[in-house]
Design a protein around this ligand. Sequence first.
Ligand code: XIL
Length: 352
Amino acid sequence: MMRLSPFFALLGCALSAVAAPSAPTAAAALPTSTAKVSGLHALAKQAGKLYFGTATDNGELTNQPYVAVLNNGQMFGQITAANSMKWDATEPEQGVFTFTQGDQIAALAQPMGRLLRGHNCVWHSQLPSWVTSSNFNAAQLTSVIQNHCGTLVGHYKGKTYAWDVVNEPFNDDGTFQSNVFFNTLGQNFIPIALKAARAADPNAKLYINEFNIEGTGAKATAMKNLVKSLKAQGVPIDGVGLQSHFIVGEVPTTLVENMREFTALGIEVAITELDIRMTLPETAALLEQQQKDYQTVVAACQAVPGCVGITLWDFTDEFSWVPGTFPNMGAACPWDANLVRKPGFDGIVAGF
Ligand code: XIL
């Protein structure tokens, strides 16, 4: 299947009529965006949001056409490092910090006055083996977390709008994920990380980020209870990140209600890792549904004043994490692998 912009679709049709009757015709072409807007971040700002942004990764920054879209400040007013601020990237050996790659991503935000979201301090994944295999006792692991979060957040002090201080603490049933942090410290690892982050950069918003909490349910309830308990203990917590890795046709119907319940706790929410995947191959029908789904998600954030912004988990299918993670799935982003805007782009525009 080919995706053709209207001009090339017409040209392809004409050519196939004249020269190559067996070549693919416009009938096989997939629909593309028709929206005429200067940029999604510009739209988000007009709509009263702080930002519309994207994740990006170091290896992608040699692709000039990609970087041209990435560095359009009207399009993206916020940047997240998809990998290079994670624990394995920043403290691969105990006490040895490497910020070169993270700094390269931070530098994409700074000169243009774009916002940076730090991602992330404490997560059970992409963790170097020295953290998991050293059999640290509670006191030792506490100081390991304090040193990691303090140094990482401190390095970017004054440069980050927000930090995902804790990533993915829960199982889908709302119980805590079994990992070195929870198994050694119980849920105390969360206040330990949040307090270290606050001390390192008092002005950064401190978030807990999670997936499958975008709609109401056991996991979202567990997160709300955690936020309540942190607030009751005087632990700093400013926001909850709704990752929003959705499937076409399966966006939760309770987005708005759920976001309102979170913001009623006195915190903000953000859509931090939006993509909407489908089982391949792409079809016109799936792309139309994806357009509606993007619109639904953006409109939900728009409907809730405490939803501050939206971040795509990269903007092009070329660099999406989806095909490498979910077998037979992909096409999750609003730009296709050739940087042609898809109907999903128009869904985002319509949502604001
Ligand atoms: C993903 C990255 O995009 C991939 O490149 C990497 O191989 C694995 O991690 N939830 C998160 C992100 O919080 O950090 C994950 O990012 C995607 C799921």
